[in-house]
Design a protein around this ligand. Structure first.
Ligand code: 5GP
Ligand code: ZN
Length: 120
């Protein structure tokens, strides 16, 4: 496996390398999924590429294969956590107006209750 691209000042890169603990629900060579520290619903998982990609603005033809992998894995995580039948939401916040607070691309997988339909 090739070396993981890291940003030494990035919180999620530290979680990926294990220097900051997290409650993992899925991990492989290219992605990690762990529980959000401040959940907005009974199930709130963060799914991210192990390579540091700062935001959705930084997805390219070269690094984008992990994105489809994350979505394939999302449905498996949802099934494992028992929310696939009732449904869930996958969200990405990009940049200032999108509300992104951690500058390492991640997708929120949120479910376990009826979610508000307010999208903005
Ligand atoms: P954003 O606002 O960038 O889309 O999402 C960042 C998410 O990371 C937030 O939902 C926040 O609760 C979560 N978060 C921030 N710091 C930590 C942490 O140290 N551990 C975990 N597990 N989640 C975190
Ligand atoms: Zn990072």
């Amino acid at each position: 496996m090739s070396e993981i691209i890291k940003d030494e000042n990035c919180l999620f890169c530290k979680i990926i390398e294990g220097s900051i603990p997290s409650t993992k629900v899925y991990e492989d060579d290219t992605m990690l999924a762990f529980r959000d520290i401040n959940p907005v619903a009974p199930v709130h998982i963060l799914m991210l590429p192990k390579n540091h990609i700062a935001s959705a603005n930084d997805i390219t033809d070269e690094n984008s294969s992990v994105i489809s992998h994350i979505f394939v894995t999302a449905s498996k995580i949802a099934k494992k956590l028992g929310i696939s039948e009732d449904g869930y939401r996958i969200v990405n916040n990009c940049g200032e107006n999108g509300g992104q607070t951690v500058k390492h691309l991640h997708f929120h997988l949120i479910g376990g209750k009826k979610l508000s339909i307010d999208m903005g």
